[in-house]
Design a protein around this ligand. Structure first.
Ligand code: HEM
Length: 468
């Protein structure tokens, strides 16, 4: 630990109660609807693997690095995205990269990979810096110490980053409209419906989802506007910018030579808007909260933002090991994608236990990241575990906020770079303090959001006048 920093007792941030006993069917349905995070009982945080039949069918819960490796990497072709997950994601995300399978997924992944190469991501740094500076400037115009919903602040900032990078002609709508639509989608389609849980046929209407229809209409109209605006630009003889839409339009199947179906192009626009901002914003929100509760780490993060981070030289990001550490620790404790699930196509064996075909294997980063025996003081906020040689001791398959294997998050490097730039800019100018008495508890609605939002005072530290 650097000199001058006094180690204090680590802060243990809030998490939902963990039941001692297995739940009955009714309790399971109610819990999944209220907050799927609460489904994990005490035993789940202690054991590597469990398999059993419940109202959800045959399910295994795998929370051990070797099991994670088996499902996501070594035998990945045997595991596909399961029906329940697709029922939540597909109405909005269609057959985009997150939900596609087989050849369609391969073509999409290959076509979009160039946008996420290390070189290309590094080239996005100045745009991310400009957006972060604009956020700071907006905050500076407010009364010192004004109450800010940090979830809203970070999600608007992350949307603006997308507008300046992947969607170079912008999103054509106000960020607040996207924020409202995403929240409404998560609160309707993202809430597990009892009919889905018992496997009722899809023609039976799910009432909760009707509320999400306007959000779907909004996404459709937004995509129309984005595609139309690009077509108009190309018709005028304009040059195609190097961005997501250009790559989607240029994608060709190597065997047939055919372009990507229009439905997949549209699906990927929504996929990248949703997957590309909500998760990063979530991680940033939890980071600012955790720092507000840990004076020692807040001071270290502020010192690094002041001294090590150079907004004019994005390469200085590599020096920001504290900022990276606090963000990674926030993703450990509150992984935005809290549960990943896969369906076993054929029989398999995991940790010497037979996994019959048709089993849904749930791997929850939330549980894995807090597994007894894998982590020291697993529920405590300790960014030091991601710094220096302690970081090297972490098993690659024990820490999976971005997933693992061929379907690992395509935006991982993008998200980490973006998060460090935004954090550095915010912490140089502001100290975020939780509004007294504001209740904080994670709730899973597709992503892991704070149940009552995150109301914080943004108190000015000093004016940052450095500009790119
Ligand atoms: C902190 C931020 C982020 C987190 C925690 C996160 C998490 C994840 C996880 C866990 C997966 C794997 C899902 C699975 O295996 O079922 C995933 C996939 C994906 N993510 Fe992210 N993500 C983040 C940021 C981003 C960003 C910034 C983008 C785009 C700009 C993005 C786009 C995607 C896409 C398109 C996939 C699907 C990849 C595939 O299946 O080939 N994500 N993400």
């Amino acid at each position: 630990m650097a000199a001058g920093f006094q180690a204090s007792r680590p802060f243990v941030p809030p998490f939902p109660p963990r039941s001692e006993k297995p739940r009955g069917s009714l309790s399971m349905i109610l819990t999944l609807r209220r907050n799927p995070l609460e489904i994990w009982g005490k035993a789940d945080f202690e054991r590597p693997l469990a398999i059993g039949r419940s109202i959800l069918g045959l399910r295994a819960a795998a929370h051990d690095p070797a099991a994670v490796r088996r499902v996501f990497l070594d035998n990945a072709p045997n595991y596909r995205k399961d029906e329940l997950q697709l029922r939540i994601l597909s109405p909005g995300l269609g057959s985009g990269l997150l939900t596609a399978e087989g050849e369609s997924w391969r073509l999409q992944r290959r076509s979009l990979a160039p946008l996420f190469s290390p070189r290309q991501v590094a080239e996005f740094a100045p745009a991310m810096q400009r957006v972060a500076e604009a956020t700071v400037e907006r905050l500076e115009h407010r009364r010192d110490g004004a109450v800010t919903d940090v979830g809203e602040l970070t999600s608007r900032t992350a949307l603006e980053v997308l507008e300046q990078t992947l969607f170079s002609q912008g999103l054509g709508r106000e960020p607040s409209e996207f924020q409202r639509a995403v929240t409404s989608y998560f609160d309707s389609f993202g809430r597990l419906d009892p009919l889905d849980l018992i496997g009722a046929p899809s023609f039976l209407p799910r009432l909760g989802r009707l509320r999400g229809r306007p959000a779907l209409e909004f996404f459709n109209e937004a995509v129309d506007a984005i595609v139309e605006s690009r077509k108009a630009q190309l018709d005028r003889g304009g040059e195609a910018p190097r961005d997501l839409l250009t790559l989607l339009l240029a994608a060709k199947d190597p065997e047939t030579g055919l372009g990507m179906p229009e439905a997949d192009i549209r699906a990927n626009i929504v996929t990248f808007i949703m997957a590309g901002h909500e998760t990063t914003a979530n991680g940033l929100t939890w980071t600012l909260y955790l720092l507000s509760q840990s004076p020692e780490w807040r001071e270290r993060a502020e010192a690094e933002a002041d001294e090590a981070f150079d907004p004019l030289h994005p390469a200085s990001l590599e020096r920001c090991e504290v900022l990276r550490g606090v963000f990674e620790e926030a993703l450990r404790l509150y992984p935005p994608a809290a549960t990943l699930t896969r369906l076993a196509i054929a029989d398999d064996e995991i940790l010497k236990v037979r996994i019959p075909a048709g089993t849904v294997v749930a791997i929850s980063p939330y549980v894995l990241h807090r597994r007894r025996g894998l982590w020291d003081n697993p529920d405590a906020f300790d960014p030091g575990r991601f710094i220096g040689e302690r970081r090297e001791r972490i098993d690659r398959f024990a820490y999976i906020p971005f997933g693992a294997g061929p379907r690992v998050c395509i935006g991982m490097a993008f998200a980490i770079q973006e998060a460090i730039i935004i954090l550095a800019n915010l912490l140089r100018s502001f100290r975020f303090e939780l509004v007294e008495g504001h209740p904080v508890m994670p709730r899973q609605r597709v992503t892991l959001r704070p149940r009552a939002g995150m109301k914080m005072h943004a108190k000015k530290r000093r004016s940052s006048k450095i500009s790119t």
